[in-house]
Design a protein around this ligand. Sequence first.
Ligand code: F6P
Length: 532
Amino acid sequence: MWDKLRAHYEQVSERRFETLVDAERAAGFSAQAGDMLLDYAKTNIDATARGLLFDLLEQTGVAAKRDAMFAGAPINETEGRAVLHTALRNVDGGPVEVDGVDVMPAVLETLARMENFANDVRDGRFVGQGGKITDVVNIGIGGSDLGPAMAVKALAPYHDGPRCHFVSNVDPADVATVLRACDPTKTLIIVASKTFTTIETMTNARTAQAWMSQTVSDAGAQFAALSTAEDKTADFGIDPSCVFGFEDWVGGRYSMWGPIGLSLMMAIGVDAFRAFLRGAQAMDVHFKTADWSENLPALLALTGIWHNQICGYATRAVLPYDNLLSRLPAYLQQLEMESNGKGVSMDGTDLPVHSGPVVWGEPGTNGQHAFYQLIHQGTRVVPCEFLVAARGHEDDLHHQHQLLAANCLAQSEALMRGRSLDEARAKVADKFEGAELERQARHRVFAGNRPSVTIAYPQLDPFTLGQIIALYEHRVFVEGVVLGINSYDQWGVELGKELATKLQPVVEGTQSADDKDGSTAALVGFLQKNGV
Ligand code: F6P
């Protein structure tokens, strides 16, 4: 199946796809889920390529695996777990069974407890020693940080609760900077960790505990925990009424829909949080029911596979023309790269193709003044994903939003069209002549023929954010199934963690670095000489 796609690509790779893009293609190579539009017309995918890509979905059994996921089957085979983050947003969708037991009553009960707690904090019924909670600090890392941190930023226009801060890095600069800005008597610390063992999170949590204990007589009362390990939260001294549990069928990077989203709920309130869940639920229904030709997660996945595994483009830039989504690229780095950055198939054999791409990005227009030079004229092609809202939240500054949108559209057009040598010559013909004209013109040539997709939506409200995140989650699922990867484990993070634990006493100087390689020993020596 890969061979046919590669053979087709060989035939069309030199074609300028710009020549294909008329109104008919714009309609035929785009799709909508609710009021969200995905446009993939500005790619070299034609009807033949798309047909072959749809064949990939059929041959790898994506529909059956999708249904198995939603039905609670243990599709995370290396860990023997179901994958049911979708149950967390299945607020009015009926039963979901794992091993014959409906998980929805427990999911809804936890959601109700979260809502009561969030309301109590927001309305001043749950108070700190000094009165109403003004600041919430979420301490977590990876999936216990990136999702809520991204969403709290994304939904800033909807904030009407306490200020939310995020501490993730074990670098003391992170926790110290956040705590310095908070009054311990009016701060709630949320320790977010699925396992409640992650060294960075537990270290920061103990630092926060010590900080609070200096001022607050019952510091434990101003702590909450979000975890699957409720025994460990009790050992830490957190009252069970402030502990919100979830099950191991929720992967860390898929967990913001449940307790890990508590800080977001605190910030935007329970109604807006429910709208966020409903947006994701709507994308779930779309993913389950839309034909592949209209199915946004499937189409987005297939553009990814075409660009990465077939065209050989190793990275993918995510470029939100929506400053509120400034943390989306960081969030997607974990979602996509921790899920699909794997070299073996589910059965343990080597992947026949490359694993998922490097995902990176920054909001437009900032990126334009930084790395777009390489995107337009560098020697490697970087497929781009643009996100743009029709409206911002600043009605009085709508003209700025129009300028933002124009920039977004201009970039995808420029990537596709490029600028020929003749056009470049014409640009500078009044300033140079002869050999110097040629030289100057060459610097102003844009190869063009560079692909992009655009995701457009009316406005970034809670419902839309839910749609966007679920869209990307399901895109990762489809890419993973097609590649034969288990998208739900993360063995690749283990080795570094093990070595860090062994290196800690070496860095501290209580163990010698003699059994380390020369480079590591020399680096330890340098740091020790300089006061580590
Ligand atoms: O380091 C990888 C990882 O296990 C991620 O998958 C996870 O999101 C993160 O660490 C944090 O884990 P926890 O929520 O258990 O603290």
